[in-house]
Design a protein around this ligand. Structure first.
Ligand code: UT7
Length: 331
């Protein structure tokens, strides 16, 4: 079996900065509440008609340039998002068209905050078997146009930001940035603690004025329940992926946790005995960008020189589904 590596990375966030104080114009909230509970100081929100694939395009182009390949050399585009440009077809098809490479395979991943880790694992398998040589994996999200920014939706609206991150996964006969493995999990019995219920095929009709009035087209979350599950699952899956390869938390060079809440990341770091220089957080500036958060944070950590050649890097995610997972990379 071949090995695969991360040959290139890229990320993109919209220009518009929305601070916590900006949010308090539209809802009853405060900078103090948001910072204390989540660590978030500001996030990026799109303006006008911008979809997930629009944010993904510049991120993808950067990743391709870093990998030193043309889009025409890709075998597949994998797109992880919970906020597709349109209901169907998936954003992978839209991005493939924008990249100008009709004909290659496309695949959409519906695993919310864990979407990028699932996408990376899928790409890794296709490359390892020899079926494909280069796969683009993208996490891209536009949350801002789908949030209830009134006081009714404040518990969710203050958390989310827009952005995209991308990685090119390429075949390699060992070398730097080698993907070592993954652990993937889900527990659908808790699907209702973080969900967006309408419009959807489980309702007939799918959308009514009453549903809109009730706000069923906005995401709903039982924050405390999600927090509790996240605090358990993050450390579990990190240790699981490490142990599967003969390592332990002490071997981690850099942990890139999904940016759900700074308090969760701090809790996880403490549980694993990791000092702050071994965990990369950027939720302060971007909020929670769900499937985009890990590739954005990974690329920033690399650009900032926080990851050194040879470091053992762990990507770890947890989110709606519930879904959780981790990937291990030797940088
Ligand atoms: O990406 C993965 C998915 N997401 C997560 O991992 C998020 C996990 N959960 C969390 O991070 C936290 O539960 C939150 C940050 C979302 C909320 O923190 P909390 O300490 O669990 O707050 P709470 O929901 O229990 O609310 C406490 C109070 C309530 O008021 P009362 O009932 O005590 O009077 C809320 O109405 O805070 C109120 N509240 C707010 N106040 C100001 C809720 N949202 C806000 C807000 N601003 N934005």
């Amino acid at each position: 079996m071949r090995a695969s590596r991360i040959a290139g990375l890229g990320h993109f966030v919209p220009e518009r900065v929305v601070t916590n104080d900006d949010l308090s114009q539209w809802m009853e909230t405060s900078d103090e509440w948001i910072r204390q509970r989540t660590g978030i100081e500001e996030r990026r929100w799109v303006e006008g008609d911008v979809g997930a694939s629009d944010l993904a395009l510049p991120a993808a182009k950067q990743a391709l340039a870093e990998a030193g390949i043309e889009a025409s050399e890709l075998d597949m585009v994998v797109f992880a998002t919970l906020s597709p440009d349109i209901n169907f077809p998936g954003s992978s098809c839209l991005l493939q068209a924008k990249l100008g490479v009709p004909g290659i395979a496309t695949l959409d991943i519906r695993n919310q905050c864990t979407g990028f880790v699932y996408g990376l694992a899928v790409a890794d398998q296709f490359v390892r078997t020899g079926m494909m040589k280069h796969v683009l994996v993208v996490g891209g999200e536009v949350h801002s146009s789908g949030l209830d920014i009134s006081t009714r939706g404040r518990d969710v609206a203050v958390l989310f930001g827009d952005g995209a991150g991308a990685a090119v996964v390429s075949a390699s006969t060992k070398g730097s940035r080698e993907i070592l493995g993954h652990k993937l999990h889900a527990d659908g019995t808790h699907h209702d603690i973080l969900m967006l219920g309408a419009p959807a095929s489980g309702r007939n009709p799918r959308l009514t004025p009453e549903m809109l009035e009730e706000g069923l087209h906005f995401p709903k979350m039982n924050g405390r329940a999600v927090f509790k599950h996240a605090a358990t699952r993050f450390p579990q899956v990190i240790v699981e992926v490490l142990e599967a390869h003969g390592y332990g938390p002490a071997d981690i060079g850099m942990l890139i946790p999904h940016q759900a809440n700074l308090r969760i990341s701090e809790f996880v770091a403490k549980r694993l005995g990791l000092s702050p220089d071994r965990v990369h957080n950027n939720i302060q500036r971007y909020g929670n960008t769900t499937a985009a958060s890990i590739p954005i944070a990974l690329h920033e950590a690399v650009q900032g020189g926080r990851i050194k050649d040879g470091d053992l890097v762990v990507l770890a995610a947890f989110g709606a589904g519930l879904t959780w997972g981790a990937s291990l990379i030797r940088w």
